[in-house]
Design a protein around this ligand. Sequence first.
Ligand code: NAD
Length: 251
Amino acid sequence: MGRLDGKIALITGAARGQGESEARLFAAEGAKVLLTDVLDEGAAVAESIGAAAAYAHLDVTSAADWQNAVALCITRFGTPSVLVNNAGIMLPGTLLECDEATFRKTLDINLTGAFLGIQTVARAMIDGGGGGSIINISSVAALVARPGYTAYGTSKWGLRGLTKYAATELGHHGIRVNSIHPGAVATPMTLPDLSPAAVAERNSLLAHLPIPRWAQPEEIANLALFLASDESSFSTGSEFVADGGRSAGAA
Ligand code: NAD
């Protein structure tokens, strides 16, 4: 018996990295999964998972794309009971360097995208009557500031706050909303070479942390699995941290 038997999950940014890892794990645990992304390589990922998975092109900044993806999910699998707002971008720049276009684009994808997703999927969950679990992939950068990534960090603090509002407003519909705060995860977002040797070489950048290495995407997906499942049935509006101990006090 799988930990997600009977669940129907919609995951954004699922063509690679953490989103792909969550899609594979959720399907292995019994869920039906709609993978979505702007990178249409996600279709091949869904195909490799098998009949429990499908793919839809979804730019999280497009309300129309959200409507289409949720409609496809309902037709193919049923009303979504899990949403993972995982899609995101991270562009460098201090407050003084960051141009307006970069700041707006980052908030549009990382924060407004999640807002549109929560609104669209929560309405479907309410219409379906079955409640659900919404998981927002924020960052350790929303627990402690990360100088040099001001737009990114601001968007992730916003997502942390949006989580609290959504949890308090949707709780009486049986919808739980929580945020995950990963530290450094080895994905295409952060490392140019994901071979084990190259990742191990970059561990030196994290030598000051209690867990002095990069996380693998599966280590974050395991936390998302817990939140997607009924095992987390009394948790909402909460922050779940997997950051190698960075926010515990290390620099
Ligand atoms: P990634 O770059 O491999 O994955 C991000 C995915 O989001 C990509 O597939 C990309 O195509 C997709 N995406 C980008 N813009 C989109 C849009 N407008 N609409 C739909 N999809 C879009 O990186 P990842 O590490 O797997 O990132 C997943 C999430 O985890 C992100 O929200 C990221 O900010 C967060 N995060 C990552 C780290 C890390 O160290 N990698 C740490 C903390 C938080």
